[in-house]
Design a protein around this ligand. Structure first.
Ligand SMILES: *Cc1c(COP(=O)(O)O)cnc(C)c1O
Length: 370
């Protein structure tokens, strides 16, 4: 029996054939950056070697120092928090909305203090946070807004791309994401005050970009930074993915809706909970997950594994991790974060999955609950 894989990174033909010469340094990097800047309608895009790198650049751009607070969900990938902790910042976790697993807008304002520097949001599974209200709140309190848009590439809210709302936004092109280049990311800059410095920080703290643009005769050390840039090989691979981004997104949405229509019935009978799509959101089909009642998840994973179907849960909430406990603050008990992280299960989702495989996954889930 053929195994049904949880993830299979997509590969398109001709990906690397076009990479004729490494002497043309920066050609594909620049093509990707132009494509992203145009698509997101932002001031500038910098390709990075990961979303983690883009988050670290963000922390430096905000002059993060000891004691600065960053309001964010605990239900996220470690880098969302670690990037700020690295520079002395304190993640302040607030509880999530159980319908979307996104930060609950209603919990943000009471977490704001004099030390708060930014609100950091994640559009979990590519489904939009309550973005209008969060933008308004950030403005009202003069806080920066950072979107960790690692899940939400090609998703939109009121026809505007997720990742174009924040002062800064970060993308991931890791092979587990919809569009990938093995390992890569990007920083989208929407606040003009960050445009110049961001490229210095990305290029090891040097003004190398000015040098390449013939603005200075030599390049030199002028800021904090690290080796955060993306290689030309990765950029070349990424470019062909970007040109296929609409196709990839369309396919993932089809898969999402197949799962949704097949599993609606189980949800109606309260056996499982399926994703809720927020109003005005066009999502990118990044994940399809179900919530399984207490105590049943491990049994279901094992049952499906025996049928050759690979399913996985997701984040262990950061506030319950060893380092998170030492370095972060929590607002309230984060009851929903704890409860719902324990019930969430992600189903196989990738471009190569077949219709009959999706049918089998749903058949087996139904059988499990019979
Ligand atoms: C995948 C992911 C990251 C990290 O991405 P890398 O490109 O691997 O650094 C950060 N945040 C979220 C929400 C993610 O899902």
């Amino acid at each position: 029996m053929k195994k049904i894989l949880f993830n299979k990174p997509s590969i398109f033909r001709n990906n690397l054939k076009k990479l004729r010469s490494f002497a043309d340094e920066g050609v594909y990097k620049s093509k990707c950056e132009k494509w992203l800047t145009k698509t997101f309608k932002v001031k500038k895009t910098l390709l990075t070697n990961s979303c983690t790198a883009a988050l670290e650049i963000s922390a430096i751009l905000l002059n993060t120092t000891k004691g600065d607070e960053f309001i964010m969900p605990s239900y996220t990938f470690v880098s969302t928090a670690n990037a700020f902790v690295k520079f002395g910042g304190i993640p302040v976790f607030v509880d999530i909305d159980t319908k979307t697993m996104n930060i609950d807008y209603n919990n943000i304002e009471k977490a704001i203090t004099k030390k708060t520097k930014a609100i950091v949001i994640v559009h979990y599974a590519g489904i939009a946070c309550n973005i209008d209200k969060i933008v308004e709140l950030a403005k009202k309190h003069k806080l920066y807004l950072i979107e960790d848009a690692a899940h939400s590439f090609m998703s939109k809210y009121k026809n505007k791309p997720l990742g174009s709302f924040g002062d800064l936004s970060t993308l991931s092109f890791h092979e587990t994401k919809n569009i990938h280049c093995g390992h890569g990311g990007a920083l989208l800059i929407n606040n003009k005050n960050f445009v110049k410095r961001a490229s210095y920080i990305r290029d090891k703290g040097t003004n190398r970009e000015d040098f390449q643009n013939h603005l200075v005769r030599k390049y030199t050390w002028i800021d904090y930074g690290s080796s955060y840039s993306l290689s030309e090989i990765n950029s070349c691979f990424l470019y062909s993915q970007l040109l296929n981004a609409k196709k990839i997104t369309k396919r993932r949405r089809e898969i999402f809706f197949m799962y949704q229509s097949r599993l609606k019935n189980l949800s109606k009978h309260n056996k499982i909970q399926i994703p809720f799509i927020t109003k005005n959101c066009f999502h990118n089909g990044h994940l399809f997950y179900i919530h399984v009642k207490k105590g049943k998840r491990a049994n279901l994973i094992e049952y499906l594994r025996r049928k050759g179907i690979s399913t996985v849960f997701h984040y262990i909430p950061l506030h319950s991790s060893p380092f998170g406990k030492r370095k972060c603050k929590t607002i309230g008990k984060l009851f929903s974060t704890t409860k719902y992280s324990n019930s969430l299960l992600r189903l196989p989702m990738h471009n190569a999955i077949k219709k009959n495989e999706i049918k089998k996954v749903c058949d087996e889930i139904e059988k499990f609950f019979e």
